[in-house]
Design a protein. Structure first.
Lengths: 581, 161
């Protein structure tokens, strides 16, 4: 592997190690670990030591990425410390080992720092009894409505009830009733009766999202999570609170009542809504995508993702998807269309072909296009997609693979500067064939004269001069896209492509992290993954035989594209690798 | 009285804030000052306080809803607080409250503070008023009464003009 590719963003500074025992097993843990919010070193806690020892400690309010509050009491453990004699020296057993004095009271493992020689006991009868007690208390006012609860199947209350719960409740008194189906914000619904008041949501929105919108109102058993009346919980990260809610209190309005979670097929993928490339899990059933949830990757998105990206999946299942190969408006077959296109391209004189690829395509596809480009002597570019970013996850660049397009040579560092050459080339008749991938170029087109006027005023070059009128001057317009649009209507050849959820591939994010994604659902009708038909096209036109598998294709690309040198499909793993961009 | 951010209030709150190391710490005293002036703390008052202390309004709402003595709606001119902790409960506090409720035409079985429609009286139960030897006891605004029989209660109420 080359030195450019690394799995870590930054190496952890050396930290003093201390030895502790977890259930009799000695392990070494760092004395301090980074605070999840400030990043400053703070003492390692017992629950972190247990995690390092691969010993799960049940918990509700503790979350590794949030500040510790210690209010649920579920993570209580017993522990012992090396006994000290009056001379401040450790007392030893007959065999020379330090004598451990067991502490008379338990401690919450999430908020108690470890110290050298500490012994943590997570599985004693006492600990089990405490967990049973805590769980019983948490369930006192819980409605026990799992059969109609969206959280069922991924609910910590359910899971720990199996481990520590009782089959029947001893609570015979009337339960406290609290508000149900509370509209907290445009995407979040609260069932206050299910809430165990762990405050994960409050801490998340205050410390991670930076929008202190939630709090606990009222008192005692009437405690309820709430927003200030009239101020909805509405930032771009609200749906993360649904993920971290350990119970069914916060539910996503988009997903609630849609699907039992155990029916979902989970596929590792990457969000395509901006250049950050948050790692996601696509939950799908019977070829229909039901939801996106973030997949933890500390090098990119941690365990979070934005609401906009999370909800941006519905277009994939749209009814009007392009499903047929069209040749001059007539339904055709892949073989016929690709042969026809290959023949035309082979005959095309150098410089008469232009390619507009999309920075929403994968590294592999862009690389195959660059092969075509080299053979045809074509001019190429891609369309920039600028929007608003934020300081958390959202990038101002709305293309998921801008760096892929740059590294494969489809566009220059400044994307879109070749578009004016392409529009001039079409206008002058030099460019006769245009190949467009996944971009509705007509949408942002402004007649050249007007565009020049505008450029003198502002530097924003989101618009370009390739208008519908210009496209009609072309001899051949080949368009591959996923959804129908004005450009596909003008095309002589329409090649239906696949959404990222329908194929495998990789993107290079804004920081140069190359991340692969898997196929969740089948593409509709005759639609095919672009890399598959591009492979055929490149073979026909250039005579080069590539690879018919995505693994082979990626590895071949990694050999030929300098930035990817040394990276392999396998080495990307689930969380990707960072390359020099 | 409806909330108004008067210069007087502003000056008082600015002074209160100086007593504390951080602005948030003044929250409770600011709410007291507002209630003192207006009798209750309206939504506008919470928003004003939050802005004044540079906090999200939910932080103030949490405090307001936690303490029952911080009022979220206008109360009567005379606020009658009947103690219901053990000694008073045994000494007839429930009967005393029922008597007062009937007198004012209020629901004796309703939970929480109730105010007469003319806005003159509010009746509510409170916890221990610290005079267990003289049960039942009650307060009418800031005045404290011990050994309150129904006749004595009528007399106290009669003096409220």
């Amino acid at each position: 592997m080359s030195t450019a590719a690394t799995t870590e963003i930054k190496p952890a500074p050396p930290v003093e190690k201390i030895k502790v025992k977890v259930d009799g097993r000695e392990i070494e843990v760092p004395k301090t670990m980074a605070d999840p919010i400030s990043g400053k070193p703070i003492p390692t806690t017992m629950i972190q030591a247990c995690e390092l020892a691969k010993q799960e400690v049940p918990h509700y309010c503790y979350h590794p990425k949030l500040p510790v509050v210690g209010n649920c009491r579920m993570c209580l453990v017993e522990y012992g410390m090396p006994a000290m004699g009056p001379d401040r020296k450790p007392v030893l057993n007959a065999d020379g080992s330090p004598k451990i004095s067991k502490m008379p009271r338990p401690a919450i493992s999430c908020a108690t720092p470890v110290s050298p020689g500490m012994e943590i006991y997570t599985n004693t009868p006492g600990v089990k009894q405490m967990r049973e007690g805590v769980l019983e208390s948490l369930l006192i006012n819980h409605p026990l409505d799992c059969p109609i609860c969206d959280q069922a199947g991924e609910c910590k209350l359910q899971e720990y009830s199996v481990d520590y719960g009782q089959s029947a409740s001893r609570f015979v008194e009337a339960k406290v009733h609290k508000p149900k189906a509370v509209d907290l914000g445009p995407r979040i619904m609260l069932d206050a009766e299910r809430c165990i008041l762990c405050t994960r949501c409050i801490r998340f929105t205050r410390d991670i999202a930076g929008d202190d919108a939630l709090g606990i109102v009222n008192r005692g058993s009437y405690n309820t999570i709430a927003t200030f009346p009239g101020l909805p919980f509405d930032n771009n990260y609200t749906l993360n609170t649904v993920d971290i809610c350990p119970v069914g209190a916060l539910t996503s309005k988009d997903f609630r009542f849609k699907m039992r979670v155990w029916f979902l097929k989970e596929t590792k993928s990457v969000c395509t809504s901006c250049a950050t490339g948050c790692n996601i899990i696509i939950g799908s059933r019977e070829e229909k995508i039901q939801r996106y949830t973030p997949r933890e990757n500390d090098a990119v998105n941690g365990p979070w993702m934005c609401d906009a990206g999370r909800l941006n999946y519905k277009w994939i299942g749209r009814e009007d998807r392009l499903k047929d190969v069209l040749v001059r408006g007539q339904k055709s077959t892949w073989t016929a269309a690709l042969n026809e296109i290959s023949d035309k391209l082979k005959k095309a004189p150098a410089g008469s072909v232009a390619i507009i690829a999309s920075a929403r395509q994968t590294n592999e596809e862009l690389w195959l296009i660059s092969k075509l480009k080299a053979k045809l002597g074509a001019i190429s570019d891609s369309i920039p997609r600028d929007g608003k970013g934020d300081k958390i996850l959202v990038s101002a660049d709305k293309n998921p693979n801008t760096n892929g397009a740059r590294l494969t040579g489809i566009c220059f560092t400044e994307m879109g500067i070749n578009l004016v050459k392409i529009s001039d080339g079409i206008a002058s008749g030099k460019i006769k064939t245009l190949i467009v991938f996944g971009e509705n170029i007509v949408k942002r087109a402004v007649a050249n004269e007007k565009l020049r006027e505008r450029e003198t005023i502002s530097e924003v070059v989101d618009e370009h001069g390739i208008t519908a009128e210009l496209l009609q001057k072309l001899d051949t317009l080949i368009v591959s896209d996923i959804l129908p649009n004005e450009t596909t209507k003008l095309a002589h050849y329409v090649l239906p492509g696949a959404a990222h959820a329908e194929k495998r591939g990789s993107f290079t994010n804004t920081k140069g992290r190359v991340q692969k994604f898997m196929k969740a659902v089948e593409a509709p009708g005759d639609a095919r993954a672009e890399w598959e038909f591009l492979h055929d096209l490149v073979h026909n036109v250039t005579g080069q035989n590539g690879f018919v598998t995505i693994e082979g294709l990626f590895n071949q690309m990694a050999k030929e594209v300098p930035a990817f040198n040394g990276v392999t499909w396998q080495a990307l793993g689930d969380t990707g690798l960072t390359v020099q961009i | 009285m409806s909330f108004q951010a008067t210069k007087e209030l502003e000056a008082e709150v600015d002074e209160l804030v100086t007593h504390y190391p951080v602005k948030r710490a003044a929250s409770l005293m600011v709410l007291h000052a507002i209630q003192e002036k207006f009798g209750w703390i309206s939504r506008e008052a919470v928003l004003w306080t939050a802005k004044k202390l540079e906090l999200p309004p939910i932080n103030i709402q949490e405090i307001l809803t936690f303490y029952p003595m911080l009022r979220q709606e206008p109360m009567g001119k005379y606020q009658i607080k009947v103690c219901r902790t053990l000694s008073c409960a045994l000494g007839g506090a429930y009967e005393l409250r029922e008597h007062l409720c009937k007198k004012f035409g209020l629901d004796a079985h309703a939970h929480g503070a109730q105010t007469t429609s003319d806005g003159k009286f509010t009746v509510e139960f409170v916890e221990c008023l610290a005079s267990c030897g003289t049960a039942p006891v009650m307060m009418c605004n800031d005045d404290f009464y011990e050994g309150v029989s129904h006749a004595k209660a009528d007399e106290i109420v009669g003096k409220c003009k």
